[in-house]
Design a protein around this ligand. Structure first.
Ligand SMILES: Cc1cc2nc3c(=O)[nH]c(=O)nc-3n(C[C@H](O)[C@H](O)[C@H](O)COP(=O)(O)OP(=O)(O)OC[C@H]3O[C@@H](n4cnc5c(N)ncnc54)[C@H](O)[C@@H]3O)c2cc1C
Length: 289
């Protein structure tokens, strides 16, 4: 079923994002994790897609099993950077053959170690090209797209980034999942600007709990989102006084506060970047979902 049609069913909803473990030997543990998280009744679960090519078939295998064995509603992330129309069609065909109805259509990030391909040589330049392509070939499919409350790092300004979002939605995107943010004000500002620009489709906030200082520093360096200076200072102080456990406790408390604040102000749902951490996510959501 198209995910956007499920939004009205559970309000507010929780959805969960996973990444495919690189090694197949780790898959049994991964599926046990997902199974534990199934107890909170996610509206849908999404599985990331490696733009570098390392885990693309894993995404397909995993969404297949989530649908078939765990009866979850999966959304496969799909990137188009460096992809050919034939490759994308083959992937979509496989998804449809196993009954996966939804994708998150992304551009992805070009691998830095590969030669630059000119726009005349490539089949897809932006995520909007992928959205148009999928909408034309598989009009019945559900399509989510990415949105950036603080702007995408390559965008010249927030307005240009919002234009890019509108193009993706006008091309057939059903809803937006946002990049992580640590200040709910960024999300509300983004929603306000999008609505003022005529965007009417749902914008689902993406929340990433801080489980480790090392991981969050890496994530922030890659995605261009910011962290409030006082939160970072508190995390560093927790690390100094209580080590990794204290950082995780503070990170989880902060994420609970963010989630509660968003729900109080009426978001349609929360998309949780689980980092495949079942126990921590269950504790984080206890009493909320
Ligand atoms: C929720 C979420 C999930 C993600 N999952 C994955 C994943 O599974 N795998 C992965 O590799 N990456 C993933 N990413 C990261 C994503 O691939 C990168 O952020 C990438 O740099 C941009 O992808 P996009 O789909 O937003 O690109 P686009 O929407 O194409 O935007 C890319 C840049 O181009 C600009 N732009 C877009 N259209 C136009 C236009 N018509 N004219 C001029 N400029 C334009 C935008 O402003 C932006 O700066 C995810 C990001 C988010 C927020």
């Amino acid at each position: 079923m198209r995910i956007v049609e499920l939004f009205e069913r559970d309000k507010p909803f929780i959805s969960l994002e996973f990444f495919p473990p690189k090694e197949q030997v780790d898959w049994p543990v991964f599926f046990r994790s997902v199974e534990k998280l199934r107890s909170i009744n996610p509206l849908f679960v999404s599985v990331t897609y490696g733009a570098g090519g390392s885990t693309q078939s894993h995404t397909l295998d995993i969404v297949t099993r989530l649908k078939r064995d765990l009866s979850l509603e999966p959304m496969a992330h799909l990137t188009c950077v460096g992809a050919t129309e034939a490759g994308i069609l083959a992937f979509l065909k496989e998804l449809r053959s196993v009954g996966v109805d939804n994708i998150l259509a992304l551009r992805g990030d070009p691998p830095q170690d590969q030669p630059v391909v000119t726009s005349a040589e490539r089949d897809f330049t932006y995520a909007s090209d992928l959205v148009s392509f999928v909408r034309k070939r598989y009009p019945e499919m559900g399509i989510g797209v990415a949105g950036y409350p603080e702007g995408h790092p390559e965008a010249s300004c927030l307005e240009a980034d919002l234009d890019a979002l509108r193009i993706k939605l006008d091309a057939g995107g059903d809803f937006v999942v946002t990049q992580l943010f640590f200040d709910n004000g960024h999300y509300w500002d983004f929603v306000g600007r999008a609505r003022a620009a005529g965007v009417k489709k749902p914008i689902i906030p993406g929340i990433m709990p801080i489980f480790s200082l090392k991981v969050i520093r890496k994530v922030l360096s890659l995605c261009g989102a910011s962290i409030p200076a006082d939160l970072m200072a508190e995390l560093e102080e927790s690390n100094r006084l209580g080590g990794a456990d204290a950082v995780q406790a503070l990170g989880m408390e902060y994420a609970r506060g963010q989630i509660k604040g968003l729900l109080e102000k009426g978001v349609p749902g929360i998309h949780l970047y689980t980092l495949n951490r079942d126990e921590a996510c269950l504790r984080l959501l206890e009493g909320i979902f």
